[in-house]
Design a protein around this ligand. Structure first.
Ligand SMILES: O=C(O)[C@H](O)[C@@H](O)[C@H](O)[C@H](O)COP(=O)(O)O
Length: 236
């Protein structure tokens, strides 16, 4: 993989400016999809980075009733737990104007992601058509979504020709079992953005760009298979 041309790197002067710009562009993409087809879908990541972006986006003026929001990946924990990505989304994104959006969780009452898979698969299939927007993050080990190095289903999740929309995932670095949208589901999104902040994440990205082994650093699979240079937004 030759590196730099596979990403479109945008640096922002501050995290606040990044959040405002990303929220404005996400809102524009959702608005234009609603204008074209009557509905739009947004998949967001959990973790710590997206909070400010969620808060900005929640205030955007658009027809939120026509928007379905889901997650790029989820930890298999109840929504009452701090580590639940659904909880983060409900507390920070499904607020203000965005409270009118429909949220599709990736967790069910089943005791495991393997047990809940058929239902989650059906929910994601019902989103119908490619995602309008997907925002992904990056872990210090090079994971994105729940594409973890040494993940038990990593090869299935990052198979560019795979037919699955979602797969369960267990990995040494993940404290709990996960469920994740797959590589083909993510790279089909009309707008796909990698949102990272801080020097450490920039170093992780630089390392990913210097190598090719996607099993070692799974973000490489997204960079390699994105139909456009992967857009990366970064602020110190
Ligand atoms: O549920 C999750 O943990 C994620 O969706 C995950 O892929 C995340 O985006 C990265 O781990 C970065 O996380 P931070 O933003 O917390 O650094």
């Amino acid at each position: 993989m030759t590196t730099e041309r596979h990403i479109d790197f945008r640096e922002f002067p501050s995290r606040a400016e990044l959040a405002a710009d990303l929220a404005a562009r996400t809102a524009d993409a959702l608005r234009s999809e609603i204008a074209d087809g009557g509905a739009a879908t947004l998949a967001v990541s959990g973790g710590t980075t997206p909070k400010l972006f969620f808060q900005e986006l929640s205030k955007a003026e658009l027809d939120w009733e026509s928007v379905t929001i889901t997650l790029v990946d989820e930890r298999w924990v109840p929504e009452t737990e701090e580590r639940s990505n659904a909880r983060l989304v409900k507390q920070n994104l499904l607020q203000n104007n965005a409270a009118a959006a429909t949220f599709v969780p990736l967790v069910t009452d089943a005791g495991s992601p393997e047990g809940g898979l058929p239902e989650v698969q059906e929910r994601v299939a019902d989103l119908s058509g490619p995602l309008t927007v997907a925002i992904i993050g990056l872990g210090s080990d090079g994971h994105t979504a729940s594409f973890f190095p040494e993940g038990d289903r990593l090869e299935d999740a990052i198979d560019p020709t795979g037919k699955a929309l979602v797969v369960p995932m267990r990995a040494p670095a993940a404290p709990e079992p996960r469920i994740t949208l797959t590589l083909p589901t993510l790279v089909a999104a009309g707008m796909l953005v990698l949102h990272i902040e801080g020097d450490d994440k920039k170093r992780v990205l630089d390392k990913a760009l210097r190598g090719e082994d996607a099993l070692e650093m799974p973000i490489r699979a997204v960079i390699a298979h994105s139909p456009r240079p992967l857009e990366v937004v970064w602020a110190k």
